[in-house]
Design a protein around this ligand. Structure first.
Ligand SMILES: NC(=O)c1ccc[n+]([C@@H]2O[C@H](COP(=O)([O-])OP(=O)(O)OC[C@H]3O[C@@H](n4cnc5c(N)ncnc54)[C@H](OP(=O)(O)O)[C@@H]3O)[C@@H](O)[C@H]2O)c1
Length: 279
């Protein structure tokens, strides 16, 4: 099989100029507020990479952290950020510690500053076929599909994972009129997963299960996008057995260096676009 490995760096050659162009239209420094409640090493590491990417664009990151706190305290800060015209986006680090009400926090964010499409209003717009913002991981997968450039109309897309941050919004996007894929969403209770994935023209895996997908799950010529990020024996691995699936896929993304690489940039894209929505 003639397989093309699609790296995040390749995809970024198309996304970065669009972000830079949006930046040129702003005559001020865009600001993103990141909120971390409790001390979570994976959130810390994600926020570190966000800050690094932001610096490249000249975007300022305001880091707000709380050790032990209550929902109301964080909500109060979000309200202040909502009314601060300099702040373009607000991002809450997840998972939140026990006792913190995620729904209350997410719904306090002004939908116009919700740069990761967490707010039900923005998810609703996506559901209604009028997305204003995409969750950054979904945006990243979309950019990868655009980069590959294969028409999606009528194609069978199988998504593994039904989370609110990846699987469900991605399904809504691919189902949208104009994109027109035929979408199947699988989850941990799905029976005969292999039979379903073998039907896929496009297989997007976001299960968070290391090496869940092997060659038995994939038909020849499938586009395979691996969203999974897992740490196994100190190494980052995806949800796909890259070496064996690579022999069957037409296009495949690696982990690391695939979807995740694009996600942080897509967040910056959402941030710079968010100022446009508020004009
Ligand atoms: N690359 C990036 O930029 C990026 C961004 C976000 C997340 N991620 C990664 O993507 C993965 C998914 O993230 P998430 O936040 O969506 O995770 P999540 O909230 O844990 O959702 C995982 C989904 O996978 C399903 N699932 C789990 N095991 C399965 C199995 N054996 N067969 C079929 N489905 C199964 C779950 O089903 P149930 O609903 O039945 O439990 C759930 O719907 C994680 O590895 C995460 O680290 C990567």
């Amino acid at each position: 099989m003639n397989t093309t490995v699609v790296t995040g760096d390749q995809v970024l050659t198309q996304l970065i100029p669009r972000i830079t162009q949006c930046m040129e239209g702003l005559n001020f420094t865009p600001k993103l507020a990141t909120l971390m409640v409790g001390d979570n090493p994976s959130i810390r590491s994600y926020f570190r990479s966000i800050k690094k990417v932001a610096q490249k664009y000249g975007i300022e990151v305001i880091e707000l952290t709380w050790d032990v706190t209550d929902t109301e305290t964080v909500q109060h800060t979000i309200e202040q950020l909502n009314s601060d015209i300099d702040i373009g986006g607000i991002l809450i680090g997840e998972p939140l510690p026990k006792g913190i009400d995620r729904t209350a926090l997410v719904e306090t964010i002004s939908p116009t500053k919700d740069v990761d499409c967490m707010h039900p209003y923005n998810l609703g717009l996506l559901m209604a076929g009028r997305p204003r913002v995409l969750p950054s991981t979904v945006g990243s997968v979309w950019e990868i599909l655009q980069f590959i450039g294969v028409p999606l109309t009528g194609k069978r897309a199988v998504i593994i994972g039904r989370s609110l941050v990846v699987g469900k919004p991605l399904a809504m996007l691919l189902l949208q009129k104009g994109v027109d894929a035929t979408v199947t969403v699988c989850h941990s209770k799905t029976e005969q997963l292999t039979d379903i994935t073998r039907e896929a023209d496009i297989l997007i895996v976001a299960a968070g299960k290391p090496h869940l997908i092997g060659k038995e799950h994939v038909k020849r010529g499938t586009i395979v996008i691996d969203v999974g990020i897992n740490v196994v024996a100190g190494k980052l691995v995806g949800d796909v057995k890259f070496d064996e699936v690579c022999q069957l896929a037409s296009y495949i993304t690696p982990v690391p260096g695939g979807v995740g690489k694009v996600t942080t940039h897509y967040l910056m894209y959402n941030l710079v676009k968010s100022y446009e929505h508020r004009r």
